[in-house]
Design a protein around this ligand. Structure first.
Ligand code: FE
Length: 337
C-alpha cells in the first residue's frame, strides 16, 4: 500500500514535470523542390534548437504542386519550399498557400523578394548573371543583358534552354522592365547571336565556354561557384550587368517558402519560416548552395562575397509569375528553344 502511494506520487510528479518540460509537441511536414542536401542541415539545426521534428518529401515543383492539389485538405504538408519565384507565385495563384501575417518576416525580407499578399517569402537569393571567358573577353566589353544581343557577340553567346523556369523568370522580369516589345527585341538579339543550340543546364553551358564553343553566357551565380570550387584557376568570371542603368540591376531570383492552405501545424510552420529568415539560419540556408542571404543584415559567405557586390533589379519578383506565360510565348516567337 505504502509502495503504491509512493508510486502514485511519483507518477504525479513525473506528469507535472512533463507538462513543464518543452516536449517536442510539434512536428512539421515539408514538401521541398530544393534538394535534400541543401535543406537537411537546416532541419537538423532547427530540431536541435527547438525539438520540433521535421519530416520532408523532395520532388520536382510540378510533382509537388500536383500532389498538393490532389491531396486537398488531407495533405500532410505544412510548408512548400520552391526554388524559383515564378513557381512560388504559381503555388499561390493556384490557391495552395495561405498568407502569413508576420512582422518579423516583413522586417527580415525585402519587399521585392516576397509576395505582397504574404503567401510566399524568398529565403535565399541567387543572381542570374553574365559569365564570360577570361581568355577571350575583357569585362569592359560587357554592360547589360540587352547588349548580349548586339553584333559584337555574334556567334559567341551560349544559353540554357528556354524550358528552364530560371530563364522564364529572367525573361518575365525583362518584360516587366522593358515592356513586351523591348524584351522581345533583346531576346531576338540573343537568339541571333547564339553560337550553339541552348544547353540543358547551367554547368553544361559554362563547360561549353571552357571548350571554346562560345565566350559569354547567362547562368545562376551558385553554379559558377560549384565549378570554381572544383577548379580555383577556372578560366571564367562573373559579370554584374545593368549596374549603370537607373532603376535596373542584376536579375535575381529566390528560393523560398509558403504555408500550405491546409497546414495541420500552422503555428509551428510559421515559427519555422520566421526562424529561416533570422541570421544564423540565413547563413546556413544561403551558404549551403553558395547563394546570398535575403536578409540584408546577413552577409554572404566570404567565398560568395569574393565575386563582388552588385546592385540587384528592384522589381518585385511576383512579376516572374504574372508574366511567365507571356515570357514563354515571347521566347517561342523569338525562336529561343
Ligand atoms: Fe538550380
Amino acid at each position: 500500500m505504502k509502495y503504491l502511494k509512493t508510486f502514485a506520487r511519483l507518477v504525479v510528479i513525473a506528469a507535472s514535470l512533463c507538462s513543464a518540460w518543452p516536449v517536442a509537441a510539434d512536428e512539421l511536414m515539408i514538401y521541398s523542390a530544393r534538394k535534400q542536401q541543401f535543406i537537411q542541415p537546416l532541419f537538423d539545426a532547427y530540431t536541435r534548437e527547438t525539438g520540433v521534428e521535421i519530416d520532408h518529401q523532395t520532388g520536382s515543383i510540378d510533382s509537388l504542386l500536383n500532389r498538393l492539389k490532389a491531396e486537398g485538405d488531407r495533405t500532410p504538408a505544412d510548408i512548400l519550399i520552391a526554388v524559383d519565384a515564378g513557381n512560388l507565385w504559381q503555388a499561390a495563384d493556384q490557391g495552395l498557400l495561405q498568407p502569413i501575417d508576420s512582422k518579423l518576416l516583413r522586417a527580415n525580407i525585402p519587399a521585392n523578394l516576397r509576395d505582397p499578399e504574404n503567401r510566399w517569402f524568398g529565403l535565399s537569393l541567387r543572381a542570374r548573371t553574365i559569365v564570360y571567358s577570361t581568355e577571350r573577353v575583357q569585362p569592359e566589353q560587357l554592360s547589360t543583358y540587352a547588349a548580349l544581343g548586339e553584333d559584337h557577340w555574334k556567334g559567341r553567346l551560349l544559353l540554357r534552354t528556354s524550358k528552364k523556369d530560371y530563364n522564364q523568370s529572367l525573361v518575365a522580369m525583362m518584360i516587366a522592365e522593358y515592356g513586351l516589345g523591348g524584351a522581345e527585341k533583346i531576346v531576338r538579339g540573343w537568339v541571333k547571336n547564339l553560337a550553339q543550340p541552348p544547353y540543358d543546364d547551367d554547368i553544361q553551358t559554362m563547360m561549353a565556354i571552357l571548350e571554346g564553343q562560345g565566350d559569354v553566357a547567362i547562368v545562376n551565380s551558385y553554379y559558377y561557384g560549384r565549378l570554381l570550387r572544383k577548379d580555383p584557376d577556372l578560366k571564367l568570371a562573373l559579370f554584374w550587368p545593368n549596374q549603370n542603368e537607373p532603376g535596373s540591376g542584376v536579375h535575381v531570383n529566390v528560393s523560398g517558402a509558403g504555408l500550405t492552405k491546409f497546414a495541420k501545424h500552422p503555428e509551428a510552420a510559421i515559427r519555422f519560416i520566421e526562424w529561416l529568415s533570422t541570421s544564423g539560419a540565413q547563413s546556413l540556408f544561403a551558404d549551403a548552395n553558395l547563394e546570398y542571404p535575403v536578409n540584408p543584415q546577413v552577409k554572404p559567405s566570404p567565398e560568395v562575397a569574393a565575386w563582388g557586390a552588385f546592385k540587384a533589379s528592384p522589381f518585385n519578383l511576383t512579376k516572374a509569375g504574372e508574366l511567365q506565360e507571356a515570357a514563354i510565348r515571347l521566347m517561342d516567337r523569338a525562336g529561343y528553344q
